[in-house]
Design a protein around this ligand. Structure first.
Ligand code: ADE
Length: 418
């Protein structure tokens, strides 16, 4: 079996950690049990480009149980867990092409190897597979039933492709399901981003001035958790509605360059380019820490930081010290790549359970319904979203009330007022 992983000897460690994650993924476990009986993905070849983590391993296992033939590559050069990749190959027999720290050339070589399965379905986190298929491997489009997309950035790219009329097959925007973004983006990113910053720096959060750039669902989560740990949180925004939300949630809101001279830690979660730029670096105080938790490594203007620096050294794992010409030091974490996966392990299994249940059920939906779909970006059907919420609550042992017949009728009527 073809594959490319760092070290096959890491497989046993990976297997145990995959098992550890599985026990916190009851919804996905239930789907796997049903898939194993019904084989809804029989005959489907599926190429997945996801962060290679313990949770992703459980998703791959679920898709394979459903009858799919699966190939996997990384969706970020720095997010692969090498022990997991080794175990996927050895124990799960899933061809995996991913090595933590791979350079860009290897990253794209691995993507090519992943696509050699000639997929019928692509499963993306950031839309690099779809983009590669459309730009460089157009011959694969004829086999394609559809795809799924995991993250905000990917959905934005795919909607831009659909708008330009260049998208050649239907995609389900898994990110936009309630059971995905309300939990994964907020609670997952909130916790795992601070986990990454802490593992990289071991800095005290309490009392720090921590700037969160962007107040989307990820920014909301990071700000909420940083506040909970005692940080003095400042939010920067470009959207007046989100800025207002941040103010009423109790955060200071101001332009980045105004807070730059005072802040200790900066975290970008905007999805946009050059959010922390040369002008902000010039205003930062000595010892500032800069990290990104958005999908791509474009939010911090690293070329500008390099240009301003007279020297650079690696001072700890995932911490690069840049000494600027004036003498101030700026610490860049995880090469500006998503810090929660570069320096930590990504979102906890409990939230990935819902995200990946959406992926598995969306792949099944695509396999069954692709003929009805156009070359467009579709939401996850609301029945799937509701079912995942129901199963997650059941997995947590939480019961909820039911509407009475009278209440149902009331909600559908307009006659009754005061
Ligand atoms: N994205 C964020 N956290 C993740 C995880 N644990 N596994 C896969 N993708 C992720």
């Amino acid at each position: 079996m073809k594959s490319d992983v760092k070290d096959p000897k890491l497989a046993e460690k990976g297997r145990l950690r995959i098992e550890w994650a599985e026990k916190d993924m009851p919804v996905l476990r239930g789907i796997k049990a049903r898939f194993a009986k019904e084989k809804p993905l029989k005959g489907i070849r599926l190429a997945a480009c996801l962060h290679v983590t313990t949770e992703t391993a459980n998703l791959m296992d679920t898709l394979a149980a459903g009858g799919a033939q699966v190939h996997l590559c990384a969706s970020n050069p720095l997010s692969t867990q090498d022990d997991v990749a080794a175990s996927l190959v050895k124990h799960f027999k899933i061809p995996t092409f991913a090595i933590k720290g791979e350079d860009n050339k290897t990253y794209y070589k691995h993507m090519g190897q992943c696509l050699s399965i000639m997929p019928n379905i692509t499963m993306d986190d950031g839309a690099d597979l779809v983009s590669t298929v459309h730009k460089e491997k157009k011959d694969l489009i004829k086999n394609m039933l559809g795809g799924t997309e995991e993250t905000t950035t990917g959905v934005i790219r795919l909607k831009a492709m659909a708008k330009d009329g260049v998208l050649e097959y239907p995609i389900i925007a898994v990110n936009d399901a309630y059971t995905k973004y309300l939990f994964d983006n907020r609670y997952g990113t909130g916790q795992s981003t601070l986990d990454g910053v802490l593992r990289a720096t071991n800095r005290l959060i309490a009392g720090s001035i921590l700037v969160v750039c962007g107040y989307g669902w990820c920014g909301k989560g990071v700000a909420m958790r940083a506040k909970g740990m005692g940080a003095r949180v400042v939010v920067t925004e470009v959207d007046p509605l989100r800025a207002l939300e941040a103010v009423l949630d109790g955060f200071s809101v101001m332009p980045l360059e105004d807070i730059a001279p005072q802040a200790d830690i900066f975290i970008t979660v905007t999805g946009d380019i050059n959010v922390i730029s040369e002008r902000a670096f010039k205003k930062m105080k000595d010892g500032s820490i800069v990290a990104n938790s958005g999908h791509f490594n474009v939010e911090i203007d690293i070329p500008a930081l390099k240009k301003l620096s007279k020297s650079t050294r690696q001072i700890r794992d995932f911490v690069e010290e840049h000494t600027l010409r004036g003498g101030n030091r700026v610490y860049l974490l995880g090469e500006g790549r998503l810090i929660n996966l570069a320096a930590a392990e990504g979102h906890p299994s409990q939230v990935m359970d819902m995200s990946f249940a959406n992926q598995a059920l969306s792949a099944e939906y695509m396999a069954k319904n692709h003929k009805k779909l156009e070359k467009s970006v579709y939401p996850v059907p609301c029945e799937i979203d509701q079912e995942i919420a129901r199963l997650k609550l059941a997995g947590m042992g939480i019961k909820i009330d039911k509407l009475t017949a009278e209440q149902k009728k009331y909600l559908q009527s307009w006659e009754m007022g005061t």
